[in-house]
Design a protein around this ligand. Structure first.
Ligand code: PRP
Length: 210
């Protein structure tokens, strides 16, 4: 039996659609109620918070996972990335009020000591460090757009999908950081011990052009 960690939340429906499209069992997932572990045919599905998914694979609790590349980067876990599914597409951006735009167009030194609210402190640190800029990172766990509105931060680093949350909170994209999509990943250990089953799943993804 293969154990597969899946992210709950807004991406869950896309994940189920994806499993369906490669012929993995999904009936019990669709009818999951509040269950967090489900067994369907030869698969055990673990339903975890997106940010926690890499941890389950890294600790060997799950053999495989579908996980956003944003979360993978933030976790810094050493996982084997098998497939970019091309689903769950969004992007990580820096966003803030319009008045901040000129600082992002100017020299990098203009960004020194900005207060940046984010649920991605590691990505934010890596991004600004690579630009030679030191910023103050404020780690929040959600509703990041509140921070500049209430004066807790100057700007945010967050994911944008439709852009409607930014718009509703009078924030603009000031810089693009990276595109994000859903990846199929495995732990080093399970890719060694379960390679036949894992490569079967990889081939199923390839057969639908992923
Ligand atoms: C994410 C993200 C933004 C929003 C962007 O939050 O943090 O707030 O979605 O999506 P949009 O561009 O389509 O408006 P999520 O809904 O996952 O909730 P959270 O704020 O609790 O993290």
């Amino acid at each position: 039996m293969l154990t597969v960690a899946l992210p709950t939340g807004r991406v869950m429906n896309e994940v189920i659609e994806l499993l369906d499209s490669i012929g993995l069992p999904s009936a019990r997932l669709k009818d999951r109620g509040r269950k967090l572990v489900l067994e369907d045919q030869n698969y055990r599905y673990i339903l975890a918070k997106p940010m926690d998914v890499p941890l389950y694979v890294d600790h060997g609790v799950a053999d495989l996972a579908l996980v956003g590349s944003d979360v993978m980067w933030e976790a810094g876990a050493s996982l084997i990335e098998l497939i970019d599914t091309g689903m769950g597409k969004c992007r990580i951006v820096i966003a803030g009020p319009k008045e901040l735009e000129s600082r992002f167009i100017g020299h990098e030194s203009e960004l020194m000591w900005l207060k940046v609210a984010t649920k991605y402190p590691n990505i934010a640190d890596a991004h600004f460090s690579s630009r030679g800029v030191q910023v103050e990172i404020i780690h929040l766990h959600g509703s990041i757009e509140l921070a500049p509105r209430l004066g807790l931060s100057d700007c945010i680093m967050d994911i944008v999908q439709t852009g409607s949350t930014l718009k509703a909170n009078n924030l603009k994209v000031l810089a693009n950081v990276t595109p994000v999509s859903l990846r199929l990943v495995a732990s080093r250990k399970s890719s060694e011990f379960h390679w036949n089953e894992i490569s079967d799943i990889v081939n199923r993804f390839r057969s639908i052009g992923r």
